[in-house]
Design a protein around this ligand. Structure first.
Ligand code: UDP
Ligand code: MG
Length: 318
């Protein structure tokens, strides 16, 4: 029987946590009493993760394993899991048990109520530094300002998705993926359940500063062309400033207030730079368009169609 639920679990050097995750998730999913599969995506681990997953898959056929050829990153691992998932509802969860598996049944209840996306919302975040929490909030605020997308506060990648949302997400072809932004962009009926985020049960975070920075940059760049507008704005501002300075200087000359010749250099230089920024800006507008075309996101997403199955072509009357 095909699984009704797919649990997608990205793993990178997680030999200390996969066993405990498996032991924790099985009783919870058994209690739901409907068919499920657990898809572990081994993202190029160099420790014993692959072996342990192999053992689990041998003894339990509900465990599926994808072994990547090398480390491609969590977002790629999630995409691979989503692509292989057979479930009607698909969940993404970290393997380190920071996100409680006990919240899954609650998410399923929300899905059954008709929600297409159920976010896991962290009430408390244990085991994370003040710096990480602070920068994460600042980033969310900055992301919202720049992209105009409202990503729900305190939500990570622990989410449940209905099949129709998964089908849209796996068909978004962009390379550098940021699930949180994409989830918001696709829309659909969304809600959340709340939980306390615990400390990692074992091991250390797999995100060093440069990996986090890359993810943060991807989030902005994939969802906004705003940075491309900077040079045009600078150019216009500089243009106004230099023209205003020229006018002031001309008025002063007419009033016979003599300025040293060198002072004319300032507005001239600013004007030259501004022109170059404006021309850059023009080319950036086209670059932005090309980027959007290449990204090739769907132009619209239909959540539901009503009455389209009716066959009116056989109606006699006109
Ligand atoms: N992960 C992954 N590939 C990576 C980095 C992380 O698959 O390159 C997985 C990791 O094994 C875990 C999840 O992504 O299941 C979240 O990583 P982590 O717990 O290190 O992130 P944090 O909770 O510290 O933000
Ligand atoms: Mg973690």
């Amino acid at each position: 029987m095909d699984a009704k639920y797919s649990i997608v679990v990205p793993c990178y050097n997680e030999e200390e946590t996969v066993g405990a995750f498996y032991d924790a998730v099985i009783p919870v999913m058994d209690s739901v009493n409907e068919p499920y599969e657990i898809i572990f995506v081994n993202d190029g681990s160099r420790d014993k993760t692959e072996e342990i997953l192999g053992e689990l898959a041998k003894k339990d056929k509900r465990v599926k394993v994808i072994n990547f050829a090398k480390n491609f990153g969590q977002q790629a691992a999630i995409l691979a899991g989503f692509t292989e998932a057979k479930g009607q509802a698909v969940l993404d969860i970290d393997v380190d048990l920071q996100d409680p598996v006990e919240a899954i049944p609650e998410m399923i209840v929300k899905w059954k109520e008709g929600y297409d996306v159920v976010h896991g919302k962290r009430l408390v975040r244990k085991g994370e530094t003040f710096f990480k929490k602070k920068t994460s909030t600042m980033y969310t605020n900055f992301f919202e300002k720049i992209t105009g997308l409202r990503i729900p506060k305190n939500c990570g990648d622990f989410k449940l998705f209905d099949r129709k949302v998964i089908d849209v997400l796996i068909n978004m072809k962009e390379r550098d993926r940021f699930l949180r932004g994409m989830t918001e962009w696709v829309g659909f009926k969304q809600t959340y359940v709340e939980f306390e985020r615990k400390k990692r049960i074992a091991g250390t975070t797999k995100y060093n500063f440069s990996k986090l920075l890359k993810l943060a940059t991807n989030g902005i760049v994939s969802n906004s062309n705003y940075p491309l507008t900077f040079s045009m704005k600078f150019g216009i501002l500089g243009g106004i400033l230099s023209v205003a300075t020229f006018i002031t200087f001309i008025v002063l000359t007419i009033l016979k207030i003599n300025l040293p010749l060198v002072s004319w250099l300032f507005p001239t230089v600013v004007l030259c730079f501004s022109l170059s920024w404006v021309f850059d800006g023009v080319s950036n507008i086209y670059t932005g368009r090309i980027y959007k075309e290449v990204q090739d996101r769907p132009k619209y997403i239909i959540r539901e169609k009503i009455n389209f199955d009716e066959d009116f072509s056989k109606t006699e009357e006109r």
